[in-house]
Design a binder for this molecule. Structure first.
Ligand code: ZN
Ligand code: ZN
Length: 310
């Protein structure tokens, strides 16, 4: 019997293809699931680099792939590797099922569901959410998260990878066609207020499900506590995990505005397409870093002038 070598977007249609692809490549599926589980546990703060965790990971991964092999034939046609990713993130608290509000924009629901589904397993997607939901550009994300100038390249990298690959993967998993995405764009242009209201309604339904994948020790904070986090400049992971997935806390933080060099108009402002990193801005940034240690004010003005050009 010939074996099919699975690639990420490869589609299988028949049970014969399934047999040639999935059980025949058990080690490949095992490796992929182990990687993903390790990353999820790391993100949840439940991972330690030791033998006991490695063994546990192997056992868990083995069990999940076995179960997946029973489950997969019922999902044909499918892309088995992507289906595996979804199967595993579901196991770690992704909602089994949730219904879109019947009166609201179904396309938008699927769009947001697709974004959020990736955000709980991918850092690129999580960082990308700051732009998709609030329109924050890389430099503004850096300021919000309190990352050193020197680390700016990491954020650019997240944004670039998300635009090149992650976003497409999310749209594909949400089963959104190019036409449907165009349709979403048009409805935003035609009725921006309605569009924004629908975005909020959908997020209010979706976010609580996805917040289940928050590390358990990252609950909502009071405004006073958030102010403390910003004043003392800690909580990078906390901000990165919690703020894109919590409208309430983001709203509290938005109120700080200029106190912490945050945009003063920080609010829900849905963007459908991923942000394009301006390469000129990146090189200017590197140049500037070697010249000046910018204060908060000069950084802000740089952001503003760039935004006007864009
Ligand atoms: Zn919160
Ligand atoms: Zn300014």
């Amino acid at each position: 019997m010939k074996t099919i070598n699975p690639s990420t977007h490869m589609m299988i249609h028949t049970s014969e293809e399934f047999t040639q692809c999935v059980p025949a490549n058990f080690p490949h599926f095992l490796e992929r699931s182990s990687k993903l589980i390790r990353r999820i546990l790391q993100d949840m703060g439940q991972w330690s680099d030791n033998m006991a965790h490695e063994k546990l990971l192997l056992r868990l991964s083995f069990n999940l792939v076995e179960k997946f092999i029973e489950y997969c034939p019922s999902q044909l046609p499918c892309r088995p590797l992507l289906l595996l990713d979804g199967y595993i993130s579901k196991y770690f608290g992704r909602p089994q099922e949730h219904k879109a509000p019947s009166t609201s924009n179904q396309l938008m629901y699927r769009f947001l569901d697709g974004l959020l589904n990736r955000a709980v397993i991918s850092r690129d997607a999580l960082i990308g959410l700051f732009y998709h939901l609030y329109g924050l550009r890389p430099r503004e994300v850096r300021i919000l998260l309190g990352i050193e100038e020197e680390q700016m390249q990491r954020i650019y990298k997240n944004f670039r990878r998300w635009k090149q690959k992650g976003w497409y993967l999310a749209m594909e998993e949400a089963d959104l066609t190019e036409n449907e995405i165009k349709h979403l764009h048009n409805s935003q242009i035609k009725h921006p207020e309605i569009f924004n209201t629908q975005a909020r309604e959908n997020l209010e339904i979706l976010l609580p499900f996805y917040r289940k994948s928050d590390p358990p020790h990252y609950p909502c904070l009071t405004k006073t506590k958030w102010r403390e986090v910003f004043t003392e400049g800690y909580g990078y992971d906390y901000k990165m995990w919690h703020l894109p997935l919590c409208l309430t806390c983001l709203h509290e933080v938005a109120g700080f505005g200029d106190d912490f060099c945050l945009p003063t108009d920080l609010r829900l402002n849905l963007h459908i397409s991923p942000y394009s990193v301006n390469e000129e801005e990146v090189s200017f940034q590197q140049f500037k870093r070697s010249k000046i240690r910018g204060t908060c004010t000069t950084q802000r003005h740089h952001v503003h002038s760039r935004l006007q050009v864009a």
